[in-house]
Write a protein that binds this ligand. Structure first.
Ligand code: OGA
Ligand code: NI
Length: 365
């Protein structure tokens, strides 16, 4: 039964079925809540893909950490700017996060999802919540469901942490996650430095503005699905973050981005990380850098795992388009409190780029 709370958000009371368990029961038909309407169903993957149609790859070692403006630095910086402007997505190589750490985290996350349901349910995501094991963004019984199990944890600052949700099994999960998130956090700071530079701002611009940045991780496990053309692994959405860093296993393809009206797959590259511009960076850059809609599809035979880090400013700060980036152009977004935007994002279902309406300047006719 769906009920309404006073913020007018429908909170579902009933249980959402666990997708791994559903798969294990080998249903002969797919439950209606997973069957997408015709226009939402994944179309067959586009092929052949021209290399120029692939998400750009940025080599962080070419950007370097010192301030010397070598030709190598300049050309990679131009690639970074073009990726953020034209794609909203790129893959980063030589990113400084140890490959062993990436592999270990992926292995442990997979082990977690392979635990018996009772074990995973020791860390339940409450209805309408976003942390723990379960289904985020489910607010009504009419809503279509994603073919995915999720496990999400707030990491920093300390007040977003829910220690009771950090698993004790697999034994080294929590300790590894701590190392992993520290390392990804450094990468986010570095990337934000180069992104600021690519916009003609000083490198420390966003990192200073963000204050005590908020970081969270969501692990998405997509079991195989016998009807991959009827379901979605994850509903189309843009991320509410400033930056998102996604690690995907290399064994299967599932992430797709909306590019020029078509869904393009993001082919995994071994040891690369996928980075995308979130809504917050779109607002800060007054739409110059794009928060692009993306989704996940499932595969008939293979499962898929992604580890997704969301990096965003402190909830305390007020933000809007950076004046230097607006200049004489029309200002597309208003100023608002980032905490309010985050609340707005997590109390609504995923729905394309709709959440950004919150930041839109209302023009009266
Ligand atoms: C997300 C996301 C895509 C994927 O978690 O926000 O876009 O491939 N995930 O899991
Ligand atoms: Ni996303």
């Amino acid at each position: 039964m769906a009920t309404k709370d006073n913020s007018d958000t429908a909170v579902i009371q009933g249980r959402v079925e666990d997708v791994q368990e559903l798969r294990r029961s080998q249903p002969t038909v797919i439950p209606a809540r997973y069957v997408r309407d015709g226009n939402e169903r994944p179309s067959p993957a586009l092929s052949p893909i021209l290399p120029s149609m692939d998400v750009p790859v940025i080599d962080l070692s070419r950007l370097g950490s010192c301030s010397s403006k070598t030709p190598e630095h300049e050309s990679e910086m131009a690639k970074l700017a073009a990726a953020c402007e034209g794609w909203g997505f790129f893959q980063v190589i030589n990113h400084g996060v140890e490959h062993e750490l990436l592999e270990k985290m992926e292995k442990l996350a997979k082990e977690f999802f392979m635990l018996p349901l009772e074990e995973k349910e020791k860390y339940p995501m409450p209805p309408g919540g976003i942390q723990g094991y379960g289904h985020a963004f489910v607010f009504s019984e009419e809503q279509k469901l994603d073919w995915c199990n999720m496990f999400a944890l707030g990491l920093v600052p300390a007040f977003v942490r829910k220690p009771e949700l950090w698993p004790t099994n697999p034994p080294s999960f929590s300790e590894t996650l701590e190392k992993y998130s520290n390392s990804i956090r450094l990468l986010c700071e570095t990337l934000l430095g180069f992104i600021a530079e690519s916009l003609g701002l000083r490198r420390s611009f966003f990192n200073e503005m963000f204050g005590e940045a908020v970081q969270a991780v969501r692990m998405n496990y997509y079991p195989p699905c016998s009807w991959p053309d009827l379901v979605l692994g994850l509903t189309p959405h843009s991320d509410g973050s400033a930056l998102t860093v996604l690690q995907q296993d290399t064994a299967s393809v599932g992430l797709q981005i909306l590019k020029d009206g078509a869904w393009l797959p993001v082919h995994p590259i071994t040891n690369a990380l996928v980075v995308n511009v979130g809504d917050t960076l779109e607002v800060l850059t007054n739409g110059k850098y794009k928060s692009v809609e993306h989704r996940a599809v499932t595969n008939r035979e293979s499962d898929r795992l992604s580890l997704v880090t969301f990096y965003a400013p402190s909830y305390e700060i007020e933000l809007g388009p950076v004046p230097e980036l607006v200049n004489d152009k029309a200002c597309l977004y208003r100023r608002y409190n980032h905490g309010e935007y985050s609340r707005h994002y997590i109390t609504n279902k995923l729905e394309g780029k709709k959440r950004l309406d919150f930041a839109q300047i209302q023009t009266s006719l």
